[in-house]
Design a protein around this ligand. Structure first.
Ligand code: RB5
Length: 155
């Protein structure tokens, strides 16, 4: 599978750890955002990753900043992106099953690397629930995203 990973400076170290782990296990990865510990604005990484997801470059994305919160706020502006901040494997499982999340956001200042690895593995291996109530709710979110575009609002 191909996974896109983006981070700011706060998430750079964890992003490298998770990217290397994915590569070792045979996945293709593309990294974007910070190139080191120098300050990097988290929206720029989230915007690039979200646009690449919209183009179909990958099924899953991972965004890492200090808390995961700024990344999720930014990524969720993009139609088709369902970004979830996850702090446990249970949260990651439910984000996939119930919310059909396709971008995992992690707070590198709040989650230790071993836990982040477990959260990522759960996220990537949990399928969306086939139960119709979840698909119905996700469809309502996706429709809202289309209405929120400036072109749609002007009509
Ligand atoms: C950077 O200091 C920090 O604000 C950023 O990594 C993130 O936590 C924002 O949501």
């Amino acid at each position: 599978m191909t996974v896109l990973l983006g981070s700011d400076h706060a998430g750079f170290g964890l992003r490298r750890v998770l990217a290397n782990s994915l590569i070792e296990r045979g996945h293709a990865v593309a990294e974007m955002g910070a190139t080191g510990e120098d300050a990097f604005d988290y929206p720029d990484a989230a915007i690039e990753l979200s646009r690449r997801m919209q183009r179909g470059d990958a099924e899953f994305g991972v965004l890492i900043c200090g808390t995961g919160i700024g990344m999720s706020i930014t990524a969720n502006k993009f139609r088709g992106i369902r970004a979830a901040v996850c702090w446990s494997t249970e949260a990651a499982k439910l984000a996939r099953e119930h919310n059909h999340a396709n971008v995992l956001c992690i707070g590198a200042r709040l989650i230790d690397p071993d836990a982040a690895q477990s959260i990522l593995d759960m996220f990537l291996t949990t399928p969306e629930s086939p139960e119709s109530r979840h698909a119905r709710r996700v469809a309502k979110i996706d429709f809202l995203g289309e209405c929120a575009e400036p072109e749609a609002a002007a009509k």
